[in-house]
Design a protein around this ligand. Structure first.
Ligand code: CS2
Length: 504
């Protein structure tokens, strides 16, 4: 199509739009990325674009979609090119990214995906498949061997549906055909995400083929990473505005904030792209960075998303404009999260917390509370429950974090404060709907029934009154008074719970 963004139309872009200044057609594929959604295109693919521009190397990306053909169908006609749209109060900056050299949809190109994953030239396999993409049990991080996709893949290892099954099939093929090592780089928001994926792969491989499991243990590296950039879903208005600015049609732009951070454990099985040229940090230990990010940014994000949605706000920046909600976020971070963290090298935790407030308040980047509210069953453990466990173990009181969990419970009840249905998007949504129906009108019982879901809360928390008592109380309060009032009262203390002095 004459007006479509692509290598042939790059020279028609307006001067202010940055573009690849390297020969994209010469770039070989060295990275296979599973889950080529907006986040990957606005984050890792941009770091890789900088590597290709600054130092070169065989680091083109083959992006793979696992669930739908949409991204492949939009990117292939553009030969992988798309616009990164950075938005902030300072304005809009556009850049065409060239690092995605191939896009495949696993649903109808499974053989091509396997060839790429097994190719000796592929040295890195990276992943952004979202929390629920790993078929694990959220409470423990262990492989859910009863998950239908895992059951299917163990019975049909050559026709995998799950990410873990696909990884293990590709590793088996590498071992069979050449045996070159490879590095698997998880870029999802999960605790110790490298060790986590390694554990899932090892469990599955041990069930499928114990010798393969030993080979994987020797030849495959699983560095952990901390990834950060706010990337709301692209809207049709974003696409229309971008087309007008480009003078070309781009069906796959991504919209993001200026801020970006990537901290990567420096543990690769072979060569690695010099992502540091674009500001990524290779470090010996990522854990403290990752914990900081999950417990401060993602926990606050989820808390404001649930409570803000309930209070009637569609976007995070609107919630972040409410003084009580921001005061609540600051107290949650300062009083209950920071005491569980160790300051990572080079980070000022106080400045970090304030930067989150500013980032959430970015009015140029509308981010729907509903988008962040998705998949809470998969997100709560690493975002909030770890904080709660640590606070309880140290004898600290749980108050603001309990309200965050209660906000999630009130949300998954599935009916908003005006009595309208909430579209709860979560693998456990049918369970939540059933519990809501069973306990209609008895909010404490509804809260108790959620707390009994072992896949989320585990026995230790379920049996811990220092957690369950304030959560239940806040759930009742949310139903009775609504989210805005409950947030405000949590700060101003006409009900603020006294420190609990139950035996440990
Ligand atoms: C958000 C994250 O959707 C969500 O759950 O909290 O996607 C968040 O925007 C990113 O982790 C920021 O790095």
């Amino acid at each position: 199509m004459a007006n479509r963004l692509g290598p042939a139309t790059l020279d028609r872009l307006p001067a202010e739009v940055a573009r690849p200044d390297y020969a994209i057609e010469d770039v070989g594929v060295g990275i296979v990325h599973l889950g080529i959604g907006a986040f990957h295109r606005a984050h890792q693919a941009m770091y890789t674009d900088a590597v290709l521009a600054d130092v070169g190397g065989p680091w083109g990306i083959c992006g793979v979609s696992l669930r739908s053909a949409g991204v492949r169908d939009r990117l292939v006609p553009q030969e992988g090119l798309y616009t990164s749209i950075e938005k902030s109060p300072a304005g809009v900056r556009r850049r065409v990214v060239g690092s995605v050299r191939e896009v495949l949809f696993h649903g109808d190109e499974a053989e091509a995906v396997m060839r790429r994953m097994a190719a000796p030239a592929t040295q890195v396999i990276s992943l952004t498949v979202t929390e629920k993409g790993y078929c694990h049990e959220p409470a423990t991080g262990r492989l859910d061997v009863r998950h239908p996709d895992i059951v299917h893949d163990l019975a049909h290892p050559d026709d995998p549906r799950s990410v873990v099954g696909l990884l293990v099939a590709a590793l088996a093929e590498r071992r069979r055909t050449h045996g070159a090592p490879v590095t698997i780089v998880c870029c999802d928001n999960l605790t110790q995400n490298g060790a986590f994926v390694q554990g899932l792969v090892a469990s599955y491989a041990t069930l499928a083929d114990p010798e393969l499991a030993q080979w994987i243990d020797r030849e495959v590296a699983f560095p952990s990473t901390m990834v950060d950039r706010i990337v709301p879903a692209t809207t049709s208005q974003d696409i229309a505005d971008n087309d007008a600015a480009l003078g070309l049609r781009d069906e796959a732009p991504v919209v993001h904030e200026p801020f970006s951070q990537w901290v990567i454990e420096d543990r690769f099985a072979g060569a690695r792209p010099a992502w540091n040229v674009a500001g990524a940090l290779f470090v010996a230990d990522v854990d403290e960075y990752e914990k900081m990010k999950l417990r401060l940014l993602n926990a606050s994000h989820s808390a404001l998303a649930y409570l803000g949605f309930l209070a009637g706000y569609e976007y995070v920046y609107e919630v972040a404009a409410q003084p009580d909600f921001i005061a609540y976020m600051r107290r949650l971070m300062r009083d209950e999260v920071v005491p569980t963290l160790t300051q990572p090298a080079g980070i000022d935790l106080a400045a970090y917390q304030e930067s989150l407030v500013t980032r959430f308040a970015n009015p140029a980047l509308p981010h729907r509370t509903q988008q962040i509210a998705m998949d809470g069953s998969q997100k709560l453990p690493q975002r909030i429950l770890g904080t709660i466990r640590d606070d309880i173990a140290a004898g600290r009181r749980i108050h603001f974090a309990a309200l965050a969990v209660a906000g999630w419970m009130r949300y998954v009840y599935g009916e908003d404060e005006q009595g309208r249905r909430i579209d709860v998007s979560d693998p456990m949504a049918p369970t939540f709907a059933q519990l809501a129906a069973d306990h209609r009108g008895n909010w404490a019982a509804f809260a108790q029934s959620l707390l009994a879901i072992g896949a989320i809360f585990d026995e230790d928390l379920h049996n811990e009154p220092r957690f369950t008592t304030p959560v239940t109380k806040f759930v009742e309060e949310l139903f009775m008074h609504g989210a805005a009032k409950t947030v405000s009262r949590s700060l101003h203390g006409d009900h603020a719970s006294p420190p609990l002095e139950l035996p440990r």
